[in-house]
Ligand binder design. Structure first.
Ligand code: PMP
Length: 407
């Protein structure tokens, strides 16, 4: 397998058709890999039928494709069993599922601990749960450079903590969470650990058993798969002890006019017709990712990230948000956010767009983190496996133009 960025880029139809495009917004949505598109087309043209219902051969083919996709996800996460994989519509839906289903096993006064660095989708569902049943929601603050202040972990956890729900990797600073420290502290007080893996998974397969966590959530559209598909992984025992979130077809054991019983996980959590073709496409994208030479890809992503940070540091007044990994050994994903005082991120992004650069500017659904960092918005460059030095050079050159045009 060729890890060269040019060869990889050629495997993404949108990028192959737009050689002038410098796509640096993969943290919002990555481009879709050819294998995922091919798998969706193949499924829809050879095996399209509903799942878990039909006894004819076409329906059996759909069942097989859907359940094979579940097995691909289980391999990608090194899950103990495919039954631990719940298909959802995305990371947001997965996090809401835990907040409702696991949340319904909590009592008023039980603590859920999150952090100031969370994406809104790992903030708001817990605030809603607090308002619904009276949990005690505590927040780990971030340091001045946007890192989780884990020195405060034990104190913030207290004695009634039931769940620690944290991002695996920040969508603003690219910082990876020190999962070992979190898991050890949480499990000591009997709390479960949920990781929001939305920004981790695009940078390679994850091993939920080695991580030692209890729940893991991610979205397909950020890891080279289709949109409208996501995953919740949970330990089998935990899923089995949770009531359903949504009710409907496919998630029941038996329904009488007065009561219902539930199917076993994962089907208990997949009410209604699931996103079947999207799951098949995601399975193909993850199989493809499993075949990649990750050490070489990580080395290139890191070199690009360092080159970008070096270049940004030469721009007068520009403020990098988060750790400077050119001077520290900290681990980061290749996501770099910055602020140029006096220039609005939307204006910057519009100038960049005129130079065929796709970057995101705004609050990145992380308003608490941005407030802690003292900014309302920022511009973010996020690098993926198909990016190369040409993308970084183009960004640095266009930022020079933006500064001249906008000041
Ligand atoms: N968590 C993080 C860290 C994210 O970056 C995102 C997407 N920006 C989400 C959760 C939500 O993902 P989705 O919108 O695909 O549900």
């Amino acid at each position: 397998m060729n890890a060269d960025a040019t060869a990889l880029r050629a495997e993404f139809p949108l990028l192959a058709a737009a050689p002038e495009l410098h796509y640096l917004d993969s943290a919002a949505t990555s481009q879709i890999h050819r294998s995922a598109l091919d798998a969706v087309l193949h499924h829809e043209t050879t095996s399209r039928a509903n799942v878990s219902r039909g006894t004819y051969r076409l329906a059996e083919a759909a069942d097989l494709a859907y359940e094979n996709a579940r097995r691909s996800v289980a391999r990608f996460l090194n899950a103990a069993s495919a039954d631990e994989i719940v298909f959802t519509s995305g990371a947001t839906a997965s996090l809401n599922l835990v907040a409702h289903a696991f949340g319904n096993t909590l009592q008023a006064g039980d603590r859920v601990l999150i952090s100031e660095a969370e994406h809104h989708s790992n903030f708001v569902p817990w605030q809603m749960l607090r308002d619904r049943i009276g949990i005690d929601l505590a927040v780990i603050p971030v340091t001045a450079d946007g890192r989780l202040d884990l020195a405060q972990l034990s104190e913030r956890m207290g004695s009634r903590c039931r769940l620690v729900a944290l991002t695996h990797c920040s969508n603003v600073t690219g910082e990876w969470t020190d999962v070992d420290t979190v898991v050890a502290a949480a499990h000591q007080v009997g709390a479960r650990v949920l990781l929001d893996g939305a920004q981790a998974v695009p940078h390679g397969p994850q091993d939920v058993r080695a991580l030692g966590v209890d729940f893991y959530a991610f979205s397909g559209h950020k890891c080279f798969g289709p949109g409208a598909i996501g995953v919740l992984w949970g330990r089998q025992k935990l899923l089995a002890a949770m009531p359903p979130f949504l009710g409907g077809g496919g998630m029941i054991g038996e329904v009488t006019p007065t009561r219902s019983t539930w199917a076993e996980p994962p089907h208990r959590f997949e009410a209604g017709t699931p996103p079947i073709a999207q799951a098949v496409g995601l399975g193909a994208a993850l199989d493809w990712m499993l075949s990649l030479p990750w050490p070489a890809i990580h080395a290139r992503e890191k070199a690009l990230c360092q080159a970008l940070i070096e270049g940004l540091k030469r721009i007068p007044d520009l403020r990098l948000l988060g750790i400077d990994t050119t001077t520290s050994n900290s681990k980061r994903a290749p996501i770099v956010s910055f602020d140029i005082p006096g220039l609005h991120p939307h204006d910057i992004c519009q100038v960049l767009d005129a130079h065929h650069l796709a970057l995101r500017g705004g609050h990145h659904c992380a308003q608490p983190l941005l407030a802690a960092l003292g900014v309302e918005g920022c511009t973010r460059a996020s690098i993926a496996l198909y990016n190369d030095t040409a993308d970084i050079d183009a960004l640095l050159a266009a930022l020079d133009v933006a500064r001249r045009e906008l000041t």
